[in-house]
Design a protein around this ligand. Sequence first.
Ligand code: BJW
Length: 229
Amino acid sequence: MQRIVVLTGAGISQESGLQTFRGPDGLWNNEHIEDICTPEGFRRDPLRVDRFYNNLRAGLTAVQPNAAHLALAGLEQAARDGRWQGHLTIITQNIDDLHERAGSHDVIHMHGELLRLRCTGCGATPAWHGDCFPDTPCPACHGPTLRPDIVWFGEMPYHMDTITQRLAACDLFVAIGTSGVVYPAAGFVDSVADHADTMLFNLEARSGPSPFDQTILGPATHTVPAWTQ
Ligand code: BJW
């Protein structure tokens, strides 16, 4: 039985019409990261942070999963149907829901989800329904303690125990559409190097020596379906 772990980044959703974070057309060209993606930024100006994420939420409703998301969902389905003797885990850094909309089930959102909120009081993660901060109380504990369910810089990514177990057990690690600058995700490839083959699917080559065994360059909607089929 083959165990594959796929790590996805913003590049897999780029051809659906969502902006990546870095690069010439990146989301962060117009924002100071520390104003948005830190707990301090949210404490200073929750409405500004809310506005930023509401724009992303509006964009998300207008886009669809692309051929790369669908190819990964197809691989998971092949395992369920017994057409492929393997198991696929998707660890995504993305806060969009395009893997789920493509039909993937085993998806770990290590940086949270745009369409959820998190209560800093009781830990509930209610679905977002157009709420705004700090006016909307938590539906579970009624405290004024909701925030976006997003992992900001300096915060611990989610599900690290499960992620560590899946990485330790995989035979193939595949990264798709990620710049490899944000840790701990950027270190996953090194953590599996002694027991798994590693592949990177990205639009462009990274500078410097690559930690991956194999790099496949090109748009994910072409390269990923060609790999899974
Ligand atoms: C295509 C394509 C196409 C385009 N086809 N490809 C100094 C050294 C080392 C670490 C640190 C340090 N100082 C601080 C840290 C830690 C920090 C960190 O890594 N900082 C670095 C920036 C230096 N990390 C953290 O704080 C994390 N927490 C943490 O470390 O906790 C402690 C800990 C200790 C031990 C164990 C575990 C934890 C938390 C990180 C939280 C990241 N959150 C964000 C924001 C959420 C969303 C939002 O607010 O809007 O998550 S940051 C942002 O970057 C987002 C992404 O998930 C993440 C990664 O970006 P991604 O996906 O790689 O996108 P891009 O844009 O960078 O790249 C896209 C790529 O796709 C490009 O390469 C393109 O070429 C390619 N592409 N189109 C294929 N069609």
